[in-house]
Design a protein around this ligand. Structure first.
Ligand SMILES: Cc1cc2nc3c(=O)[nH]c(=O)nc-3n(C[C@H](O)[C@H](O)[C@H](O)COP(=O)(O)O)c2cc1C
Length: 393
């Protein structure tokens, strides 16, 4: 007999998803130092039962066992989909097969996205829209469209009787640890990392979603990754700051250096900025966790990129880092680029082209042939001081 912990987060509301303790990479892109969870919630009303979101490939059987421990999967009435990404939607076909009377419930956009990944029985689709609700008997599920968090079809589900907001990826964190937010002291850095990796490019949509839910009475936030918030303010507060693009007096330095020339320049600007009272975070992209970089991008006021030339362009690792920075669209106001080359150069030009679409003012650039000389490092210090002044203003 398998043993499972099935938290009852409110009366007749069960957390039936899975913990993926050892997963170390997500979306073939994001490192997961503490694994993750795929949260799925079963809501039992007096008349009807609904499942909100499902689980990642490989966890379907566990989901079925857990549902059957607290209910009867065969008699499930509704399968609600807040988001079509397979880590939450993968078990849709599995569940619809095991629960022959269950209706698949989502928005019109949700159906379109789900059909990209699953074959859905047409006669079992129930399309809902903003403000619609389902009566389960003593429990109501109300739907709130929250598009682009982080795919076009995303929505939230609200359970007014228990004041629970099911937000899928929004407010999520990649960690398998804990059940409730109170279990993890350093949860917000994890949530911030997740925000940087997944939500930051859609910050404006995030701000709109916050505005939409601001008058809801929320006692519990139940996201689909990481712990459930019994203290919603603990995550809504930081999200208000992050989605507004508020920055700190902090410079994020990301660089690559093969023989130390670029490293000497970024180390010099780091020391200058620290002298000037600027907080500094520095990551060598060749050995760093890109999730840490994403976390620091969320509220850094300046980004400093150090990149040597390799084969006529940027070092490939720095190219990857710079492309990611551009795609994540951080709120940084100021930028600086340093580079080193041996003969023809090319990295600095390419870095400028990549970062151009960001709305950062480039405060300075400096490139050296080989190692930086005394006058080069003086120039780096000058750029650092000018940057610090601008950042304080
Ligand atoms: C694999 C490799 C490829 C390079 N390709 C170029 C190049 O195409 N053009 C150039 O000007 N320098 C090139 N260089 C020279 C480096 O850009 C130069 O050594 C630079 O000072 C390295 O800076 P770093 O010590 O910060 O890595 C290359 C160096 C290496 C190791």
């Amino acid at each position: 007999m398998e043993t499972y912990n099935i938290p009852e987060i409110a009366r007749n509301v069960f957390s039936v998803g899975s913990k993926d303790w050892n997963c170390r990479m997500f979306d073939s892109l994001i490192p997961l130092p503490e694994g993750t969870s795929y949260n799925s919630f079963l809501v039992k009303g007096e008349k009807k039962t609904a499942l909100i979101d499902t689980v990642n490939p490989g966890f379907e059987e566990e989901l079925a066992v857990k549902i059957n421990m607290v209910s009867d999967l065969e008699k499930l009435d509704y399968l609600i989909m807040n988001h079509a990404e397979p880590d939450h939607s993968n078990a849709i076909s599995f569940i619809l097969e095991k629960a022959p009377n269950a209706l698949f419930v989502t928005t019109e956009k949700g159906v379109k996205m789900a059909k990209l990944y699953h074959e859905l029985p047409e006669d079992r689709i129930k399309i809902i829209a903003e403000g619609d609700s389902l009566d389960l008997g003593g429990k109501t599920l109300r739907f709130i469209e929250a598009p682009w968090l982080h795919w076009p079809e995303t929505m939230f589900t609200y359970l007014p009787e228990d004041q629970i907001l099911f937000t899928c990826d929004f407010f999520g964190a990649h960690t398998a640890q804990g059940i409730y937010d109170e279990d993890i002291e350093d949860l917000i850095p994890f949530a911030k990392r997740y925000y940087g990796e997944i939500m930051m490019p859609f910050g404006k949509m995030g701000a709109k979603a916050l505005e939409k839910i601001k008058d809801l009475d929320i006692k519990i936030i139940a996201p689909s990754h990481g712990p459930i918030y019994k203290d919603p303010g603990r995550i809504i507060g930081p999200y208000a700051k992050w989605t507004a693009g508020k920055t700190e007096n902090k410079a994020l330095i990301v660089y690559v250096s093969m023989w130390g020339s670029t490293r000497e320049m970024v180390r010099t600007i780091a020391e200058t900025l620290l002298q000037e009272g600027v907080d500094v975070r520095m990551y060598d992209l060749a050995v760093s966790d890109i999730g840490d970089v994403a976390r620091e991008l969320v509220d850094s006021r300046a980004i400093i990129l150090g990149v040597p030339t390799v084969l006529g362009g940027m070092h490939p690792v720095a190219l990857y880092g710079a492309s990611l920075v551009k795609a994540l669209n951080p709120p940084a106001k100021y930028g600086v680029v340093f580079g080193s080359f041996g003969w023809g150069g090319g990295a600095l030009k390419q870095a400028g082209e990549i970062l151009a679409p960001l709305k950062m003012e480039i405060v300075g650039t400096h490139q050296v042939k080989g190692r930086a000389k005394e006058e080069d490092l003086k120039k780096v210090v000058e750029i650092g001081r000018e940057l610090a002044q601008k950042m304080k203003a």
